[in-house]
Design a protein around this ligand. Structure first.
Ligand SMILES: [Zn+2]
Length: 254
């Protein structure tokens, strides 16, 4: 019996020792999260994306590599975020996840040299004009002036609103270049206004989602209330595009 207890203690010590050292790679992090109750996730990818700290789609989980060094409560929050049954549970988990400072190196936007479009400056000026215009027209001029950006890296998303980070980076709205090219300026402005409704949610302290407050405001400003919209490309082929992925640090893909 004593020997059994000694062996048990030994096992536990080993477990503590293991838990003392942070996971070194995706596989070890996945193992660690499983010991905290994660299930249904088959693979884990480490990312270095500015906007998304944690996201999952199907059985794949993506986590910013800065979380390798996260303390236990933050890792447990990631599990709650994935496994959470209610919105309240996930929102609480998001808050804890965001308390973990991720080193700037892991959040640096990846810039692809040569990707910038010569028309960018003009497009950005136009977007800034319309942001101001819509702000006055639909939000009483109450929205903050925030950076507007173009991205050549958004595949299924048309635009995104990224909240300010606890590390001092400002909120921003990003519009997909491909979206403007494929669907035209009117649709791009529709997307800008969609993201501005999220900006209004964020600045009003409301949850950033497509729930009732979004739908009501969308109706008031005259835009489609859905996150996914059917758009027609010039080739007349219709496709359903994800309006965006929320630029929350902890984004959830549907
Ligand atoms: Zn949206």
């Amino acid at each position: 019996m004593r020997r059994f207890i000694a062996a048990r203690i030994n096992q536990l010590m080993q477990l503590f020792l293991e838990f003392d050292s942070p996971p070194q790679n995706a596989e070890q992090l996945l193992q660690r999260l499983r010991t905290y109750g994660l299930n249904g996730i088959k693979s884990l990818k480490l990312t270095s994306n500015r906007a998304v700290m944690v996201s999952f789609s199907g059985s794949e989980l993506r986590i910013n590599k800065g979380y390798l060094s996260a303390p236990e409560d933050v890792l447990r929050a990631i599990v709650s975020f994935v496994q959470g049954r209610t919105k309240a549970e996930r929102r609480l988990a998001q808050k804890v996840i965001l308390t973990h400072p991720v080193a700037a190196a892991h959040r640096a936007p990846v810039r692809r040299p040569g990707r910038a479009d010569p028309h960018d400056a003009v497009t950005l000026r136009e977007l800034a004009y319309w942001h101001q215009e819509y702000n006055l027209r639909y939000f009483g001029g109450a929205l903050a002036q925030i950076p507007l950006k173009l991205s050549g890296r958004m595949r299924s998303r048309l635009g995104q609103y990224t909240t300010a980070t606890p590390y001092g980076e400002p909120a921003e709205i990003t519009i997909s270049r491909a979206h403007i090219r494929k669907h035209g300026w009117a649709e791009a402005l529709h997307t800008l206004l969609h993201e501005m409704v999220h900006q209004w949610q964020a600045e009003s302290g409301l949850p950033i989602d497509h729930g009732p407050t979004f739908r009501d405001k969308a109706a008031a400003v005259g835009i489609a209330p859905q996150a996914r919209r059917e758009l027609r490309t010039p080739s007349a082929a219709s496709l359903v595009v994800t309006q965006h992925e929320l630029g929350l640090r902890a984004a959830r893909r549907s």
